[in-house]
Design a protein around this ligand. Structure first.
Ligand SMILES: Nc1ncnc2c1ncn2[C@@H]1O[C@H](COP(=O)(O)OP(=O)(O)OP(=O)(O)O)[C@@H](O)[C@H]1O
Ligand SMILES: [Mg+2]
Length: 308
């Protein structure tokens, strides 16, 4: 599904003392059927950016086109002063059409295609049992109760929650378990675009690795995956492309190997461990080929190659 940001601005609490210009004139076309990482320092706008893709937020200005859906500003824009009476009428009609589109079934269709797992999963859980929570999405999108439950159980098993969790309350779970339920809730709807906002935060290393392997499998089956993360090791290992946000703007879009292996202080980022290690070796005189460096195995191979 093509996703395109055009002159997108997003401001929290506009015209108040708490105004925060989270995104500023974003213009970007997102790649399809790829594993894309979104990185950038705390407060750079990543969560705001991804919430515009499934219309949880609407731009303050500009628009985001997601397939056929256009995410426009919610507030009707005032007509420019220099329009004629006729032009003003047409402007108002167009603004009305946009407002109505917002309230229509389109948003539901969009969210069927674009699944977002929040940065704080507890906001996403609301049913009295885990299985009901996960079944909510498929049921909401038209599945029978039985079919939805079947999908819920399958998704829960996929994220590593066995049947002993099915009838527990989602609110009585640990942070990591809640995150897994939230991920299952989105997977159960089989979205075309999967967005996960810091999905491994709060998971133990084994669970984090399992979650990443699952996203990779989903991506390889044809889904576009967008991963928001502060973990550059994950970016190096899994992403085909990386987008760097800085102060509400996109400052870089490239393959991870092009970004890493240089001084990243200008982006407030640190290199993944493997690139950091390669850089230190280089300073000591051993030049490695880092073009396809993703993990420790690749690093070991590159060292062996360089020593030959
Ligand atoms: N609900 C809100 N109300 C007001 N300002 C907000 C709100 N949410 C975010 N902001 C502000 O908008 C900017 C971007 O926030 P956002 O949450 O998108 O950043 P982020 O890159 O996801 O950060 P993090 O890495 O900490 O999750 C920040 O300056 C933040 O303070
Ligand atoms: Mg965030």
């Amino acid at each position: 599904m093509p996703i395109n940001f055009s002159h997108v601005f997003f401001t929290y609490n506009p015209k108040s003392p708490f105004q925060s210009n989270a995104l500023k004139d974003i213009n970007i076309t997102l790649p399809e059927h790829r594993f894309v990482a979104l990185v950038g320092r705390t407060g750079s706008g990543k969560s705001t950016f991804v919430q515009l893709i499934n219309a949880l937020l609407s731009p303050t200005d500009g628009y985001v086109k997601i397939g056929d859906y256009i995410n426009h500003p919610e507030k009707a824009k005032k007509a420019p002063k220099d329009l004629s009476k006729e032009q003003k009428k047409a402007w108002k009609a167009e603004q009305k059409r946009i407002q109505q589109k917002h309230k229509s079934k389109d948003i539901k269709a969009l969210r069927k295609h674009v699944g977002l797992v929040f940065q704080f999963p507890e906001y996403q859980l609301f049913e009295e049992t885990v299985e009901k929570d996960v079944a909510f999405g498929p049921k909401n999108f038209g599945d029978s109760k039985e079919e939805a439950l079947k999908k819920a159980h399958q998704a829960l098993e996929e994220v590593g929650l066995d049947s002993s969790f099915f009838t527990r309350s989602p609110f009585d779970l640990s942070g990591g378990e809640k995150r897994k339920v939230a991920i299952a809730g989105i997977l159960a709807t089989s979205p075309e675009v999967l967005i996960v906002d810091e999905p491994t935060a709060g998971l133990d290393p084994a669970a984090a690795k399992d979650a990443m392997a699952l996203f990779q499998k989903i991506e390889q089956a044809g889904t576009s995956v967008f991963l928001v993360t502060h973990d550059m090791d994950l970016v190096a290992q899994y992403a085909d492309e990386v987008i760097v946000l800085e102060n509400g703007q996109v400052v870089k879009q490239c393959p991870p190997s092009e970004l890493f292996g240089q001084d990243l202080t200008q982006y407030s980022l640190q290199n993944p461990h493997v690139f950091d290690f390669a850089l230190r070796l280089e300073k000591r005189g051993l030049k490695l080929n880092t073009a396809s460096l993703r993990n420790v195995d690749d690093l070991a191979n590159a060292i062996m190659e360089a020593k030959k």
